[in-house]
Write a protein that binds this ligand. Structure first.
Ligand SMILES: NC(=O)c1ccc[n+]([C@@H]2O[C@H](COP(=O)([O-])OP(=O)(O)OC[C@H]3O[C@@H](n4cnc5c(N)ncnc54)[C@H](O)[C@@H]3O)[C@@H](O)[C@H]2O)c1
Length: 438
């Protein structure tokens, strides 16, 4: 592939978000502030990152946004759905992530972003009460048709050249894929029959893909991670990626664990617990919703450490993850890790991590990068699972039979090499022998 195969990023890009809560409104406020020049998009690789090209001696190190044709922040418009009718400003105030004085500067733009009526069911998210913005769709297929209409109306009203959808909605109750998820035919029949195994996030995703809109999943729900949806993505030639934004404790885990393994240090146990008091924490307080998150968080260490290949180092590792809903903390999560490690001659050591983080501050730049990179991929004619975006996810979606790559640094190399490949640049292997040849 060469850069000439990528269509230009001209015109407006609409970013459509089911779930206009803490993450979504923090993301919108930050992008608006960045384009006004009142804040820098810190944490966004697409905006702040550089990429080395060619040999180290060539000193070519452009920013990523100068290297690949990404949509400009000035050309982004926002839309979304939520079961609460609060506009983005009210929702941001309620979420309590950004201070009122920060929100004032972007209030007018945020107030203009009003959520469209949601596809919502308490069967999938039990803890949200007094919802006032839920559409009364008689069945799943009607809900799909309504969301497609919303998408097309948004596209026309805002004069968008292209759209992407990023799920920032609450984590849905855990469920394994069932028969209805196996083929596109069975899924479409399930939509007509109102199959109880089809969740709201799957309805948004189906609507997006049929409308040719790329889809990223920021929560651990299945959403686009099953065969029927991949069949649809292939048919419509649309890129997808997921699942579950990699922020906070899992981000640190995928930074620390590869380091321990690189030095062949053993690990007996890794206990992770955290307190958080935002609406996400409240939803995750329900066991069926926590189960989705737990599965997503637990997979990370096993894949990085490969206990089957290193039984004497990681064969007996005890990994425990807890999330405790504690309202006084709001979005200011505190995550503790106790890591019991051992070294030379089996001598034991401990590492303690206490991360006082802000969940949505870490997640917001990921929404931006995912939207911009999925749009790039779409303009490059790519479809199906976009594993090169695993960098952003706790539980990266991969092809059947593949294990996901969780090591943050391998994920970063993969992402940058994909960008080099898209632009017809040489891949960087870090072999480095060329500097020592005559
Ligand atoms: N903040 C992080 O660091 C982080 C990291 C990884 C994953 N996530 C996931 O991202 C999602 C958003 O997190 P948040 O902190 O913004 O939560 P939040 O509770 O503040 O926002 C979620 C929003 O989704 C809405 N919603 C629920 N069901 C919906 C539906 N069917 N359609 C449309 N909207 C719906 C809720 O009303 C709420 O406004 C959650 O699933 C969370 O688990 C967040």
């Amino acid at each position: 592939m060469t850069s000439t195969d990528i269509k230009p990023a001209s015109g407006k890009l609409g970013i459509l978000i089911p779930g206009m809560g803490a993450v979504a409104t923090t993301f919108m406020a930050g992008v608006i502030a960045a384009r006004k020049g009142t804040a820098a998009p810190i944490g966004s690789l697409s905006q702040m990152g550089h990429i080395r090209l060619g040999k180290r001696t060539e000193a070519r190190n452009p920013t990523i946004k100068d290297f690949v044709p990404l949509a400009d922040l000035d050309n982004i418009v926002f839309g979304g759905w939520d079961p609460y009718s609060d506009d983005a400003y009210t929702a941001a105030m309620r979420a309590g992530v950004l201070q009122a004085n920060h929100l004032e500067g972007v209030a007018e733009e945020l107030r203009a972003i009003k959520p469209m009526p949601a596809v919502f069911s308490h069967r999938w998210v039990s803890r949200l009460d007094d919802v006032d913005n839920v559409a009364d769709d008689p069945d799943h297929m009607t809900a799909v048709e309504r969301i497609v209409e919303d998408i097309e109306r948004f596209r026309a009203d805002n004069g968008c050249e292209r759209l992407v959808m990023v799920w920032c909605g609450s984590t849905e109750a855990f469920e394994e894929p069932s028969d209805v998820h196996l083929t596109l035919e069975s899924f479409e029949q399930g939509l007509k029959d109102n199959d109880p195994h089809i969740s709201p996030s799957q309805i948004y995703a189906y609507a997006a893909l049929t409308a040719g809109v790329p889809f990223a999943n920021g929560a651990p729900n299945l959403t686009v991670d099953f065969p029927a949806m991949l069949e649809l993505a292939a048919r419509e030639n649309v890129p997808v990626c997921g699942k579950d934004f990699k922020t906070g404790q899992t981000l640190l885990k995928t930074i620390l664990a590869p380091g321990m393994k690189a030095r062949m240090l053993g690990i007996d146990g890794w206990f992770s617990t955290n307190i958080l008091g935002n609406r996400d924490g409240e939803v995750l307080d329900a066991p069926e919703n926590f189960k989705s998150k737990e599965v997503s968080k637990l997979g990370v260490l096993e894949t990085i450490l490969q206990p089957e290949a290193y039984p004497e180092l990681y064969g007996d590792l005890y990994h425990k993850v807890r999330i405790n809903y504690y309202p006084p903390r709001g979005d200011d999560k505190e995550g503790w890790d106790n890591i019991d490690i051992f070294g030379w001659l089996g001598y034991k050591m401990q590492i303690k991590v206490d991360f006082l983080c802000k969940d949505s501050i870490l997640a917001a730049p990921l929404v931006l990068d995912l939207a911009l990179f999925l749009d790039l991929a779409s303009r490059a004619g790519k479809s199906g699972i976009h594993e090169w975006l695993s960098f952003y996810f706790k539980s990266p979606q991969v092809a059947e039979g593949l294990y996901p790559e969780h090591d943050l640094f391998i994920q970063l190399k993969k992402l940058k090499n994909t960008l080099r490949h898209m632009m017809g640049e040489e891949l960087i292997t870090h072999l480095g022998t060329e500097y020592y040849e005559d």
